[in-house]
Design a protein around this ligand. Sequence first.
Ligand code: HEC
Length: 134
Amino acid sequence: MALLTCTCWLVFSQSNSLAQSIKRGQEVFNITCKNCHKENGLGQEGVYPPLAKSDFLTKDTKRAIGIVIKGLNGEITVNGKMYNLDMPPQTQLNDQQITDVLNFVRNSWGNKGKAFTTAQVLQLRAASAANINK
Ligand code: HEC
């Protein structure tokens, strides 16, 4: 019984913290990403790719984190359409803000996906710093 209560509490607190992360992430999005990817997450055809229902975003967690940390350039295809502009790295954001904004975009506009964690962001940031120093 004690174990059951404990497990339920854990599940509750985790989903609760995801909800809070999404909420904080919306503020980060409005300040940092909205100018390009737009409030409705649809971006601008041929210029800024959509985050809403983006197959590119949902496919690969590490790549999604990497895009925010390192930016993105070169040709990409999102939902069957081609984009080829530069997204600057969002280096002003800390690990928590990156986690929050990705949780927001992965759970908005009909998107649904696994939660990002600050541990994943930290790990990738460390790995990319190691690459730069090589
Ligand atoms: C200055 C405009 C700009 C800003 C600000 C910006 N992006 Fe982007 N983003 C782009 C462009 C342009 C691309 C496509 C790059 C390419 O063609 O290689 C892109 C691509 C992406 C992709 C991969 C493609 C897709 O649609 O799934 C993701 C994910 C993404 N951005 C998330 C974000 C998030 C999250 C933020 C805010 C933290 C952000 N972007 C801020 C311009 C921007």
